[in-house]
Design a protein around this ligand. Structure first.
Ligand code: AMP
Length: 403
C-alpha cells in the first residue's frame, strides 16, 4: 500500500527545502530589521472569526474554507488567512496602543490546485496595529518590497490603490452599482449576484474583464481625508525610492480593506500565478471582530510562489561534506568539533567505503569535501579549483574565508 499527500498539498525535501529555508530565514531577517517581533496564533480558529473577519460574501469564506465540527460540536476552520487571527490575538492580549507582529506558517484554502496555487500554502506577513499615519503604510509596503527584492523575485512590481473608507466608499459603490446594473446582460452569473452584496469584487472578476470597460474609479470619489492619506503614502514611497504603479482596478478579494491597498507581482514568474503577495489597510476590522476601534495595515506574501521564483541552482544546505578514511567514529568526533565552530557539515555514519562517501558528497552537491586521514594528520580539503592541507583547528576559518 502507498499513501499520497492529500490533493493540493506537498512533501518538501532537499534540495527544494533548502530554498525554503533560505527564503524563510531571509524573512526573519527583514521583518526583524523593521521592528516586527514574531506572533504565533493557532492554525485552527472558530469558524465565526473568519466569517466576520474576512467577510460572509467573499470567495474564501463561501467556497474555500476547511470547516468542520470538532468532537465537542464546535465549528472550527483551518485558517485561510492570517490577519483575522492576529487581530483577535492583539485584542485578547489587552495590549493598548501601537503594536507590531510578523508571522510565518501554513494556511489552507480549498482551491483548484495548480502551480503556485495549493490547498496548503505558506504565508509570511506582518500586521501593524493602532496606527493611522501614512508613514505606517509606507513602512509596511517598503518592508514587503525590500524583502522580495532581496529574494530576487524576477520582474518585481508593486501596484497600489486606495479603496476609501466608510465615509466615501458607500457613495462610490452606489455609482459602481449603477454602472454594473447597466451591464447585467453581459456579466457572468457570479458577478450579477455580487452587484448588490459586494460590487467592488466584480471588478476583480477574472471572466468579466472584457465587459468592464472604463468602470468608475474609487480614486475619483475619495473624500478629502482619504485622498490626502493616499497622496502622502505615495510621496513617502517615492522618498524611500520604492517604485510603484497606481492600479485603479486593484480591489483584492478580502472584505476588510480600507484606504491603501497594494499587491506585489512577479512579472517574469514562470507560472500562471504571478501575484506574490498583497495587503492593505483594514481600519474597520477590529470593530467587526467586536473589539475597540483599531486601525491597522499589513500584508501577506505567498512563500510557495516566492520559492518557485527563486533560482534553485547551486543550493546546498551544507558548507562541506566530510569523508573519513578512518571510520565513522572519528568522523563523528571531527564533525562535532566543526559544527561547534559553526560549520554546516555532514558525513556517513555507516562505515561505507571512501568511494561511496565521495558519491554521497556529490549527491548532496557539497562544494567542498574534507578528507579526514586520521589524528595528527592535516585535513585534505578538496574543491573544484584545487586541494589544500589544512589543520583541523583551522578548517572553520579556512571555510569562512571561502564565502
Ligand atoms: P491573500 O491572502 O489572498 O491576499 O494572498 C496573499 C498571497 O498569498 C498571494 O499573493 C499568494 O502569493 C499567496 N496565496 C494565496 N492563496 C494561495 C494558494 N492557494 N496557494 C499558494 N499561494 C497562495
Amino acid at each position: 500500500m502507498s499513501f499520497q499527500p492529500p490533493k493540493g498539498t506537498d512533501d518538501l525535501l532537499a534540495p527544494k527545502s533548502q530554498t525554503w529555508r533560505e527564503v524563510l530565514s531571509l524573512w526573519d531577517e527583514w521583518s526583524a530589521r523593521y521592528g516586527f517581533p514574531l506572533v504565533m496564533t493557532p492554525i485552527l480558529e472558530s469558524t465565526e472569526l473568519f466569517q466576520r473577519g474576512v467577510g460572509e460574501t467573499t470567495e474564501v469564506v463561501t467556497k474555500q474554507m476547511y470547516t468542520f465540527d470538532d468532537r465537542g460540536g464546535r465549528s472550527v476552520t483551518l485558517r485561510p488567512e492570517g490577519t483575522a487571527g492576529v487581530v483577535r490575538a492583539y485584542l485578547n492580549s489587552g495590549h493598548q496602543g501601537v503594536w507590531k507582529g510578523a508571522y510565518s506558517g501554513p494556511f489552507f484554502r480549498y482551491e483548484r490546485p495548480q502551480g503556485g496555487r495549493r490547498r496548503q500554502f505558506w504565508q509570511v506577513g506582518v500586521e501593524y496595529l493602532d496606527v493611522e499615519s501614512p508613514a505606517a503604510d509606507a513602512e509596511v509596503v517598503e518592508l514587503g518590497y525590500r524583502y522580495l527584492e532581496s529574494a530576487e523575485i524576477p520582474g518585481l512590481e508593486l501596484l497600489i490603490n486606495s479603496l476609501g473608507d466608510s465615509e466615501c466608499r458607500p457613495g462610490y459603490t452606489d455609482v459602481l452599482r449603477g454602472y454594473l446594473g447597466g451591464k447585467k446582460a453581459e456579466l457572468s452569473e457570479d458577478s450579477v449576484d455580487l452587484i448588490d452584496v459586494n460590487p467592488l469584487r466584480v471588478l476583480d472578476s477574472k471572466t468579466d474583464q472584457s465587459v468592464l470597460v472604463d468602470p468608475p474609479r474609487m480614486v475619483d470619489h475619495l473624500c478629502d481625508a482619504c485622498s490626502g492619506h493616499f497622496l502622502s503614502v505615495k510621496a513617502l514611497l517615492e522618498s524611500l525610492g520604492v517604485p510603484f504603479t497606481e492600479d485603479h482596478g486593484l480591489v483584492r478579494g478580502l472584505d476588510y480593506y480600507t484606504r491603501t491597498t497594494f499587491e506585489y507581482i512577479g512579472r517574469r514568474l514562470d507560472t500562471a500565478q504571478n501575484a506574490v503577495g498583497g495587503g492593505g489597510r483594514y481600519d474597520g476590522l477590529a470593530e467587526t471582530l467586536g473589539g475597540r476601534p483599531t486601525p491597522g495595515v499589513g500584508f501577506a506574501l505567498g512563500v510557495d510562489r516566492i520559492a518557485l521564483a527563486v533560482d534553485e541552482a547551486d543550493r546546498t544546505y551544507l558548507d562541506a561534506y566530510l569523508v573519513s578514511e578512518t571510520g565513522p567514529e572519528e568522523a563523528l568526533w571531527v564533525a562535532s568539533r566543526l559544527r561547534r565552530d559553526g560549520v554546516k557539515v555532514d558525513f556517513d555514519s555507516e562505515g561505507r567505503t571512501v568511494k561511496a562517501q565521495f558519491r554521497a558528497a556529490r549527491r548532496v552537491d557539497a562544494a567542498i569535501t574534507l578528507v579526514w586521514k586520521g589524528k595528527g594528520e592535516p585535513i585534505d580539503v578538496q574543491t573544484n579549483t584545487g586541494r589544500w592541507d589544512v589543520a583541523l583547528e583551522e578548517v572553520s576559518d579556512w571555510l569562512r574565508g571561502q564565502t
